[in-house]
Design a protein around this ligand. Structure first.
Ligand code: NAI
Ligand code: COI
Ligand code: MG
Length: 357
């Protein structure tokens, strides 16, 4: 079997971790008798520099014609001052997700036991954490109308709009319920229904969707409380479903439950072609130094094997290899602890490939 993968390394550490994840895929392919065909394409700042456009039409076309997409990360200080319609995040990442119909971003958050002391959070809080955050990805605050205007007194005003329709909420909550069916059967829907009208619609809709899932226990939590509960008692969460920006913020926070943002993988699904990417950004502060933790991206290709290619055995093999490497004591800087062996991006990948063999 041959799988065609669109490879979009992007900017900063995105361009460092993506080639490492491909090395892991190659190691898996050799063992499983499958082949992966990689076609590289430009996105983000790298695409602006080369073509003047953050999302060149040929990149989108390639993604549409592939079996899966692997994305690193995009953006960085070099492109921060561009107007919105050219900035990598607004003009490449969001349209890519929208165009591919990727309305759900799945971010599993669990602790590899070897990392129980790697986080800034206490072991007692972290042990046994195993949750999936399902973030709505093509609506909400990031996609509503935005504008800037100059007022009569010369001051400026900026507007962002948070919009959801019933079908948008229904499909994401349904996905959360379906996900929970194969887990502990609990969905926590996170909103701000005490203030936001869009959240009131979200909650009403979630309650209606839950009626079709008598086996699921659905709870509702305000997002401010959820942020606190995530560090107070994260074990209470099984499946958490929420709005785009709430999910963006809560998952960076939740990443610390798995030790580091460099450990959090993700799958964006909903359209014909799914996209896999680490939850982190381009990390300009460590870019170009071979320091980035590649495991979030390596675990994202494991998700690709499972979700897009139904290669569950190979996906589990990658996760087991990561577990083994962490148990052996290898650590990139972000998860480093006293007494462990510090490795760089490439060496960490070497360790995973060795552990696969
Ligand atoms: N999906 C994407 O393409 C995303 C892009 N961004 C963009 O990335 C740029 C930087 O954003 P930041 O807010 O700094 O977020 P970031 O996620 O790039 O970095 C936040 C912090 O986590 C660390 N970090 C992130 N990934 C790491 C890894 N794999 N290994 C070790 N340490 C890691 C960074 O060094 C930094 O200290 C911005 O331009 C932002 O818009 C941010 C998030 C997602
Ligand atoms: C441009 C942002 C929405 C990217 C981000 O932070 C994310 O998707 O996690
Ligand atoms: Mg984010």
């Amino acid at each position: 079997m041959n799988y065609r993968i669109a490879v979009l390394p992007g900017d900063g550490i995105g361009a460092e971790v993506v080639p490492q994840a491909l090395r892991v895929l190659d190691a898996v392919a050799a063992k499983a008798g499958i082949t992966f065909e990689y076609t590289y394409a430009l996105i983000g700042g790298a695409a602006i520099d080369a073509t003047g456009h953050p999302l060149p039409p040929e990149t989108l076309e390639l993604c549409r014609n592939s079996d899966a997409v692997l994305l690193g990360a995009i953006g960085g200080p070099k492109w921060d001052t561009l107007p919105s319609h050219l900035r990598p995040e607004v003009a490449a990442l969001l349209p890519l997700r929208k165009e591919l119909g990727l309305y759900a971003n799945i971010r599993p958050c669990h602790l590899f036991p070897a990392l129980a002391d790697a986080s800034t959070l206490k072991r007692e809080v972290l042990e046994g954490v195993d949750m999936v955050v399902i973030r709505e990805l093509t609506g909400g605050l990031y996609f509503g109308e935005k504008k800037r205007e100059t007022l009569e007194d010369g001051s400026e005003r900026a507007v962002d709009t948070l919009v959801y329709s019933t079908p948008e909420v229904e499909r994401i909550v349904r996905l959360a319920c379906e996900t929970a069916k194969n887990r502990r059967g609990q969905v926590c829907s996170v909103d701000k229904a005490n203030v936001l009208e869009s959240s009131r619609l979200w909650r009403e809709t979630a309650l209606k969707v839950a009626e079709a899932y008598p086996e699921i226990t659905m709870s509702h939590m305000y997002v401010d409380n959820a942020a606190m509960q995530l560090v107070r008692n994260p074990r209470q969460f099984d499946v958490l479903v929420t709005e785009n920006m709430f999910g963006d913020i809560l998952t960076d926070q939740a990443s610390m439950l798995s030790g580091s943002l460099g450990m959090l993988a993700s799958a964006s699904i909903g359209g014909e072609v799914a996209l896999y990417e680490p939850a982190h950004g381009s990390a300009p502060d460590i870019a170009g130094q071979n320091k980035a933790n590649p495991l979030a991206t390596i675990l994202s290709v494991a998700m690709m094997l499972e979700y897009s290619f139904k290669r569950v055995e190979e996906a589990r093999a990658i996760e087991a290899a990561v577990d083994r490497v962490l148990n052996q004591g290898y650590r990139t800087g972000d998860i480093m602890e006293a007494g462990k062996t510090l490795v760089n991006t490439v060496e960490m990948t070497d360790c995973v490939i060795n552990a696969l063999a």
